[in-house]
Design a protein around this ligand. Structure first.
Ligand code: ATP
Ligand code: MG
Length: 563
């Protein structure tokens, strides 16, 4: 990552940096650090995952280590190859590279099975025939110790035979499970004989019909880390109470290495939902056009919206890494991160959203000065310049003209009858006459240009301001897709009502606008600042030279007013 805007300011180290540095100094794990990012392929990655990716890949890179991409695919019913592909694409797009091939929990299923036998043989696991409802009742609750399952003290031989029957498909789903024999009275509910394997008569996207028993997350995760030599296994705070179980497995199994689990606060964004289940519901029930709809907080949605990988990484970098609290972050911070990045890097261009016809009555006064030259960026000459055709017939935005000449110059820095305004990178013009239709609406403004005013001030002429424009005959029609926040409530998940009741009904509009001709050469995913309007990106899929399509990424300023 060579982007200079990412140079982190000097700041206190967070707890994981401190831990890793002291582990490295002590020569732990052979002086190596290995992390992993372990998504379950049951949906697309979202902004919370971006944070986890930034942390895991970022720490590995910062300390000369490696980060694995590992699919935690122990739930066959909900997972899909399409999600696996999308996740890989998103991680790469964010600018990260995983170590070696992508890894799959399912490729360790044989090993997990061996380790289940190991626990049974050591008298530390048993097949339990309680129904799910009974098992839950037997577990007790925080202040009430659990009760032993009737099968808890069955012999090793019987357990081996029962487990073999489970594996061979002789039991139905829910009829029995394999459980660890730990402590039914533990104050940590996770240690009350947790389930290791359950029966699922489902085909798996990687292993097909080989298995009808699947390991539970807890029985899989630490062992996956151990197999891969992960040294620092970072997860979110809700897994804190699972850590003793994580350690129980690594201590009671002949694992090849000793990983350690660390918990960090989760990232929550207001005006946003980041549960995969809810995101899936938005897609399945057509509230959005897909996982990569530009309003979605998914990485592919943010990409299509025009966010840059650097802006998402910078955003992650702004949020403290905490071992104690989740981070509730204002979505305005994410919007600022993208605005700052685009302000610095996006070339400028002109697009008139709501056209008003302007006729230059003295076009002959321009002589052959009909090709304007405009810098692509006010501060970055390396972004070059472009030519913009000027002509007798122009479009400006309706909002940039007002008939009322009594409007104060301070309040209205645009075109007013009888006064001057500068057309960006072109002439100063004066509004001479207004043409109206039968309803009294202004349909055309006749202006005169000031000869010699391109790039020059003219003595005695003080334009009110600078406005954008395009030549009517040279401009190109483009579809503009205007997006806004998907939810009206800061916390769509709060309260009794479904999060769906807080959807912003006006989060999408599409209309035709007029762009300067140079934009016909825009490539899909190329980003621009449309002068005075905001940041826009050529749509990744639908944009082409015949019919340009631009998505609004974000306005120039934070003007969100909510409901
Ligand atoms: P969801 O709750 O959206 O379904 P998940 O945690 O079940 O998410 P996983 O695919 O298991 O999704 O997540 C992969 C990794 O990303 C995990 O290590 C998880 O802790 C981390 N992660 C998920 N959401 C967030 C978040 N909001 N903030 C930080 N890390 C997250
Ligand atoms: Mg999960």
């Amino acid at each position: 990552m060579s982007d200079s805007s990412e140079t982190a300011p000097v700041r206190a180290k967070h707890f994981l940096q401190t831990i890793i540095e002291s582990d490295l100094a002590a020569g732990k794990h052979g002086g190596q650090i290995v992390t992993r990012f372990p998504p379950e392929p049951n949906g697309y990655l979202h902004v919370g995952h971006a944070r986890s990716i930034w942390l895991n890949f970022g720490l590995a890179a910062a300390y000369g280590g490696e980060c694995n991409l590992r699919f935690d695919d122990t739930n066959p019913e909900k997972e899909d190859q399409a999600f696996i592909n999308a996740i890989q694409e998103d991680v790469k797009w964010l600018g990260y590279e995983w170590s070696g091939e992508a890894k799959f929990a399912s490729s360790y299923f044989d090993q997990f099975y061996e380790w289940a036998l190991h626990l049974i043989k050591a008298g530390k696991a048993y097949v339990c025939h309680l129904s799910p409802a009974q098992a839950s009742e037997f577990r007790g609750w925080a202040t009430k110790p659990g009760k032993d399952s009737p099968a808890r003290d069955r012999s090793v031989e019987d357990n081996l035979a029962e487990f073999e029957k489970m594996r061979a498909g002789e039991y139905a789903e829910g009829e029995c499970s394999l459980r660890a024999k730990i402590d039914m009275a533990s104050s940590n509910m996770n240690l009350r004989d947790p389930m290791l394997y359950r029966i699922r008569k489902a085909s798996h996207h990687q292993t097909g019909d080989k298995w009808c028993i699947y390991p539970m997350y807890d029985f899989a995760h630490g062992q996956e880390d151990a197999i891969e030599g992960v040294t620092h296994s970072i997860c979110t705070l809700e897994f804190q109470a699972n850590r003793p179980l994580y350690e129980w497995f690594t201590e009671n199994l002949p694992v090849p290495s000793m990983p350690h689990q660390y918990e960090v606060g989760r990232l929550n964004l207001n005006y946003t939902v980041t549960s995969k289940r809810k995101l899936k519901q938005l897609v399945d029930e057509s509230y959005v056009t897909g996982w990569d709809d530009p309003r979605m907080p998914t990485i592919s949605g943010m990409r299509r919206r025009g966010f840059t990988p650097a802006s998402i990484r910078n955003f992650c970098d702004m949020i403290p890494v905490s071992s104690k609290n989740n981070s509730d972050v204002d979505v305005a911070l994410l919007e600022k991160a993208i605005r700052d990045d685009l302000n610095e890097h996006a070339p400028r261009a002109m697009c008139v959203m709501n056209p008003l016809k302007v006729t230059v009555t003295n076009i002959e006064a321009a002589g052959d000065g009909l090709l304007m030259k405009a810098d692509n960026h006010p501060k970055k000459s390396e972004l070059g310049a472009r030519e913009i055709p000027f002509s007798k017939s122009l479009f400006i935005d309706r909002a940039d003209f007002n008939e009322d000449a009594t409007l104060s110059r301070k309040k209205f820095k645009r075109l007013v009858t009888g006064e001057y305004v500068r057309l960006r990178s072109a002439y100063i013009v004066r509004a001479e006459e207004v043409i109206k239709d039968q309803k009294g609406e202004v349909v055309e403004v006749k202006v005169s240009l000031v000869p010699g005013s391109v790039g020059n001030n003219i003595d005695g002429i003080r334009p009110r301001g600078v406005i954008h424009w395009v030549s009517a005959e040279h401009s190109i029609e483009a579809s503009i897709r205007d997006y806004d926040r998907l939810f009206l409530e800061p916390n769509p998940d709060a309260g009794d009502a479904s999060f769906l009741t807080h959807i912003n009904p006006n989060s999408f509009k599409e209309y035709t606008a007029y762009i300067e001709p140079s934009l016909s050469k825009a490539e899909p995913e190329q980003r621009f600042q449309f002068e005075r309007e905001g940041y826009y990106v050529a749509d990744r899929y639908d944009h082409n030279a015949e019919r340009p399509v631009f998505n609004k990424t974000i306005g120039l300023r934070d003007v969100w007013s909510g409901k």
